[in-house]
Design a protein around this ligand. Structure first.
Ligand code: UD1
Ligand code: MG
Length: 428
């Protein structure tokens, strides 16, 4: 069956108390709206995103991920509210799934379940211990009667723990008929999409509740909801990896963004952050290390190492307090306290403690290229651009500002002076 999807992303998101539009707040590395669109694309070829508040920013952000999404502007001035958002939208298909854009935990398999019903309306329902903030679903004689928003609910209705999760499947004719009938005589003076339920019910239409879970349908209205959704999403991400064979030490302390890949026999220790599409293959990432937009293969990283974007680390050991940026290291050991930026370092090379690539002269960035089997002593400064050929020894403390030929020793050191008895003279 073909389904059209309308995603509501036009609201102000007042409760976020933020200058950023609500749907652009990120969770696990991506904007909330990104997840709604991505999951919808799995089930539909006709997706319409309703925008209004800061619509240019929303369109631009989503345009960077998706091509060919249809955006429709809501007339927020005259028709505010989720009912106003859906007014006058043309869809390709007879079945229309409407979902709020503030549900980042949504998954396509869950959305597909709506299509299994034959009723005029299928609506998502969650049973919650704390229904705070959600619209309450009034059920009488086993049938859904209406949805009452928290602000409009009586004290008794507020106690209802069955709430509207914010996803609905409608037949096109149902929307055509009832959308124009929605009024705004409520506490918010908004056109509530949820009022369609009672209108349809009174007209004898069939309404089917689909019980869903907070795990997949939690709505985000505040920064607190954002953090709680993040916790749920992180748990899902970690569980997926652990079930696929990734070992994690104290998993609750590990942060993994949603486009990260971990393969092979990898171990991730506590406090590690894997962000922006980091790829970990057959590697051990030790305590409190960060891997950002880089590939780590057959390597050991950390503890407390920082691998910054565009690094490629293969068959390498990176130890504590080492920062690597935009560098390719293949078969290298850099055990302690180094900054390796804009560098290419080859097999068998050892980087001593405190080695720094001086890659920036205040205006531009330059490259450091180090060949095979090079021994770079402790506390060496490599003034880029500089190339060190294979089989070279760089003496500890050297400031290297010239290229070094294969097989050489390079050393720059002030001759040691030792003045006998100086200490006693100085301190009398
Ligand atoms: C809505 C539902 C509520 C449900 C909850 C589930 C209504 C009236 N209420 O409440 O029953 O329990 O979601 O999370 O629908 N939006 C627009 N245009 C607008 C207003 C909102 O596009 O004029 C968008 C928002 O950007 C948001 C979504 O619609 O993505 C939901 O709006 P929100 O204000 O968060 O509604 P809730 O109060 O959460
Ligand atoms: Mg909401």
């Amino acid at each position: 069956m073909s389904i059209s999807v309308i995603i509501l992303a036009a609201g102000k998101g007042t409760r976020m108390k933020s200058s950023l539009p609500k749907v652009l707040h990120k969770i696990s590395g991506f904007e909330m709206l990104y997840y709604s669109i991505k999951e919808s694309q799995e089930i539909s070829d006709d997706i319409i995103v309703v925008v209004a508040h800061q619509s240019e920013a929303v369109k631009e952000a989503m345009g960077s991920y998706f091509k060919d999404i249809k955006f429709v502007e809501q007339d927020l001035e005259n028709y505010p509210g989720t009912g106003g958002a859906v007014r006058g939208i043309e869809c390709k298909n007879e079945k229309i799934l409407i979902l709020n854009g503030d549900m980042p935990l949504v998954e396509s398999e869950e959305l597909l379940k709506f299509a299994n019903f034959q009723s005029d309306i299928v609506m998502s329902v969650i049973e919650l211990e704390n229904p705070q903030g959600y619209g309450r679903v009034v059920i009488e004689d086993g049938e859904v009667q209406r949805i009452v928003e928290q602000k409009d609910a009586t004290e008794i209705e507020q106690k209802i723990k069955t709430v509207n999760a914010g996803v609905y499947l409608f037949n096109k004719n149902v929307l055509d008929k009832f959308l124009p009938q929605i009024q705004n005589n409520n506490a918010s003076s908004e056109y509530y999409l949820t009022d369609i339920i009672s209108l349809a019910k009174n007209d004898g239409l069939s309404i089917e509740p689909l019980i869903v879970s907070e795990q997949n349908f939690k709505g985000v209205n505040s920064k607190l909801d954002l953090a709680n959704s993040q916790t749920i999403m992180q748990r899902k991400i970690r569980e997926r990896f652990m079930l696929s064979g990734v070992e994690m030490r104290l998993p609750e302390t590990i942060y993994i963004e949603s486009n990260v890949e971990i393969d092979g026999t990898s171990i991730i220790e506590n406090g590690v952050s894997l962000v922006r599409g980091a790829k970990i293959i057959n590697s051990l990432i030790k305590t409190n290390s960060i891997v950002d937009d880089s590939v780590i293969k057959n390597s050991q990283i950390g503890p407390m190492a920082r691998i910054r974007p565009k690094s490629n680390i293969i068959n390498t050991h990176i130890g504590n307090f080492v920062e690597v940026k935009k560098s390719t290291l293949n078969g290298v050991k850099a055990g302690h306290l180094s900054y390796l930026g804009d560098s290419i370092i080859d097999e068998g090379t050892n980087i001593g403690a405190g080695v720094i690539t001086c890659n920036y002269d205040g205006k531009n960035k330059y490259q450091t290229i180090i060949g095979k089997n090079v021994f770079v002593g402790s506390d060496v400064q490599l003034i880029a651009p500089v190339t060190i050929e294979d089989d070279v020894i760089i003496g500890a403390g050297t400031t290297l500002s010239k290229d070094v030929k294969k097989g050489s020793l390079a050393i720059s050191r002030v001759a040691l002076r030792s003045v006998k008895g100086f200490y006693y003279k100085f301190f009398s």
